[in-house]
Design a protein around this ligand. Sequence first.
Ligand code: SF4
Length: 373
Amino acid sequence: MSPVFHCYIHIPFCHHICPYCAFYKHKPGKLANDAFIAAILSQLDAEKSVLAEKLDTLYLGGGTPSLLSSVHLETLFRGLRPFISPETEVTLEANPATFDLKKARIMREIGINRISLGVQSFQTGILKTLGRDHSGEDAKIAFEILREAGFMNISIDLMFSIPGQTESLWQEDLDIVTSELKPEHVSSYNLTYEEDTEFLKRHESGELDENEDRDANLFYQAIDHLEAAGFGHYEISNYGQSGFESRHNRAYWTGKDYLGLGPGAVSTIHGIRAKTLPDTARFVESPTLKTEHETLTEEDRRIEAIAMQLRTREGLRINRVCSTNEPCSIETVLRSNPIESMTQQGLIEIRDERIFLTREGKALADPIASALI
Ligand code: SF4
């Protein structure tokens, strides 16, 4: 069995719950973080046999992993240390106003070498609409603290398609990123109304609008601005300076196996997808208990590959479009109805036996993927 080179750790704590967020998260509450860290390390100990000697990537997401105290981060990384080499990409998601310079230095010292900073916007009104609990100034200060602590690989998360967000407000955000802060990576997501969120209810009641034309314009504005500033648009929502593309995300998109630790974390290992309990208190009692176990078929993997690889700069291999139940030739695929008509509409291009989204197609990635499945 081939070893697993990628690991994700879910830290579900957030000081403040954003009304659009559908991730598994909650306020820290009364649960002792000592017990939580011990549970993560206990799950690691029980499942470490699948891991490679050294990980290629380790990603701490959430929630807000930067809320963990320096002591808890140090304890956690003492357990992770045997799996980390100087080449391992170790990312921690951080929110502004959750760390100071002292803690940032400790994060760097224990081996974290990449930070994904959840900024979303620098605009007071937009942050208020999103229900974020930090200001644009807090985000700038957080970025400078990370630089001072020695982080030379920082990604900034931005969000667009927010009600009230004009092109000029979005442009101000993009300008601050490229002219003032100059991170190595930017993730730019459009706001979506997810199940079980306050935002979905407010959207359904008509309070928060959706406007596809506005969204597409803001999307193209980001592509044009970030590419002109030297960022490669290597996935629909991700832009990186050369050599700073996220290796962890690439592992997901190319169907690599990964181990998930922590409450609600998903693992995909040797064709089995499993999920730990999305309930922190129960996770602490039974860190290895899974709520879901699913055996992935070749057809499942093919459908996932279409949905994810089509979004990337490397495109999708044409033979992925052939159903695993009904093998077909590349010539047949090229003559098939969705491919021919989407090529004629200028939504996709075929080169080197791969399918690529055109500029117009990038704004319609999901419906195009559905048509190809
Ligand atoms: S800080 Fe991040 S994870 Fe926490 S509620 Fe807000 S968006 Fe969700």
